[in-house]
Design a protein around this ligand. Structure first.
Ligand code: SAM
Length: 242
């Protein structure tokens, strides 16, 4: 998967994708992150990319020319997959969106700054994505989140695909609780079922816990999850534990 990230602050991406899982994914060629500095397409001697808003008001607005020229330069490479504008007004990023996007070979992520994009840039986007109902200083942090969440869906990036499939949201529920050594820590013990080695019992306990914590922490998601009679029994069996 190739990610082209269009930004006026390329320095923000230095080292972000060089370590850990994404670092290995880059080294093995599973992902390739290309940072595009769209000030290179800026206007005049100062390579200007922004200007004050027509109609007055605070802040600066990203001019259409430089940004669109940068996108069109990338389009010359051939099919590039969706061009995504990062915006608090975009569709909310969810695991289902992440999974859809991970099926493309290439994505172009466009980072806004200041008051955002001149409205005439928007036709150049295939979609706009928001990472949440709050406002960031720029799209760079949103782009990092997209690269990270999408990359871990690409086969081979995370060593064990099971760990991706058991994560929160993947199957519609939150993840079950995890424990490691020591068995007892500050008077808290690991649940007995995890110590007994009965894999079927452990699987059922984990499923019950995942259902329970989804119901408690995210009733909005739980309301949309279809649960079977078996699920309801597992839910009952872990109720009142802890
Ligand atoms: N005036 C814009 C508005 O209220 O919709 C906000 C502009 S924001 C200060 C500057 C840039 O940060 C945006 O153009 C966008 O690229 C990025 N950004 C801010 N919040 C975001 C979010 N929740 N999701 C994705 N990108 C965001």
């Amino acid at each position: 998967m190739i990610f082209d990230i269009i930004t006026i602050f390329p320095g923000l991406f230095e080292n972000v994708f060089n370590d850990s899982i994404l670092g290995s994914a880059q080294k093995s060629g599973l992902i390739n992150v290309q940072i595009r500095h769209f000030r290179d397409f800026g206007e005049g001697r100062h390579k200007t990319v922004d200007d004050s808003p027509f109609g007055g008001g605070p802040g600066m607005v990203l001019k259409p020319g430089p940004l669109v020229s940068c996108i069109r330069e990338i389009r010359k490479d051939g099919p590039i997959g969706p061009v995504i504008g990062l915006s608090p007004q975009g569709i909310p990023l969810r695991q289902t969106v992440v999974e859809e996007l991970s099926r493309f070979d290439r994505l172009v992520l466009v980072c806004g700054r200041y008051e955002g994009f001149d409205e005439r840039i928007l036709p150049e986007f295939d979609l706009e994505i928001s990472i949440g109902d709050y406002v960031l200083t720029g799209g760079e942090f949103a782009a990092m989140i997209l690269v990270d969440s999408i990359s871990r869906m690409i086969p081979g990036v995370v060593g064990k695909i099971d760990s991706v499939e058991q994560d929160s949201f993947f199957g519609g529920l939150l993840d079950y609780p995890h424990y490691t050594r020591p068995y007892e820590w500050e008077n808290q013990r690991v649940p007995q079922v995890l110590m007994e080695g009965n894999h079927e019992k452990i699987r059922k306990w984990r499923r019950g816990k995942a259902i329970l914590r989804t119901a408690i922490r995210r009733p909005d998601i739980f309301a949309k999850t279809s649960t079977s009679q078996i699920d309801r029994d597992l839910f009952q069996s872990v109720l009142g534990e802890d």
